[in-house]
Design a protein around this ligand. Sequence first.
Ligand SMILES: CC(C)(COP(=O)(O)OP(=O)(O)OC[C@H]1O[C@@H](n2cnc3c(N)ncnc32)[C@H](O)[C@@H]1OP(=O)(O)O)[C@@H](O)C(=O)NCCC(=O)NCCS
Length: 246
Amino acid sequence: MLGLDSLTRVALELRRDVRAARDRDPAARDVGQVEILATWPGIHALLAHRVAHALAGAGIPLLPRSISMLARAVTGIEIHPAARIGQGLFIDHGAGVVIGETADIGDNVTIYQGVTLGGTGFATGKRHPTVQDNVTIGSGAKLLGPITVGHGAKIGANSVVITDVPPNSTVVGNPGHPVRVDGRRVEGPDADWIHLPDPIAEAIEGLASRISALERSIAELSHEHDAPVAEVRRLRPSRGPNPAGG
Ligand SMILES: CC(C)(COP(=O)(O)OP(=O)(O)OC[C@H]1O[C@@H](n2cnc3c(N)ncnc32)[C@H](O)[C@@H]1OP(=O)(O)O)[C@@H](O)C(=O)NCCC(=O)NCCS
């Protein structure tokens, strides 16, 4: 049942949420905790969610969803009461954020407006993303399906991410793809098209070797040891700068 423990936990979580807003929102630097508590929509949505989640965990019907719906109406942030959210989540601006039922968010995550942690269709069971600690999700990004976003990853604004995200990477675009991993640029596909294997040249080389072997056999059979044998010239790949720039 919902007891003092649950209420104490909600209060502690809320303190961490307010601290997260102060630490990560440049606009909150000179603002007191009470003002943040009173006027930051991300904080209101989280407070409502922490209470709704505790009530849902205690098996109380109707009320958790009602709280979630009310918070959505006030803040534009929709968080399913069952979604699991760690400590120090900061939702900046908030409007248009949707966090689905089986989403799992770690500690110290930052989410900007317009972010969806959603499912991809009508699947049941775990169908929303798992976001590990210290992840930043840019405005308008859509993270869809039961994917895992590795700790410390950054998701670019307006990305559409449908596959797992490596830890400490930057993912951008639609479909979202890593452009940095551990601060290093991700190598693209091999663009050295000029040095690709040449199957026709290889076939000609094979035939030329076969012909010269046959010529040697014929020369031996006919005792013409001085008969000229065709030279097999090795085919070389063309040299020079790669026009693909790879
Ligand atoms: C992704 C982001 C976090 C930057 O991360 P980073 O690791 O510092 O990456 P960089 O800025 O070095 O950019 C890496 C590459 O991704 C590109 N990129 C960055 N953000 C992008 C985006 N949202 N969409 C597409 N490409 C993007 C950069 O141009 C760069 O390209 P390059 O490899 O050709 O040079 C940042 O660009 C972003 O989108 N932040 C969200 C901020 C936001 O939503 N603010 C709302 C405030 S109200």
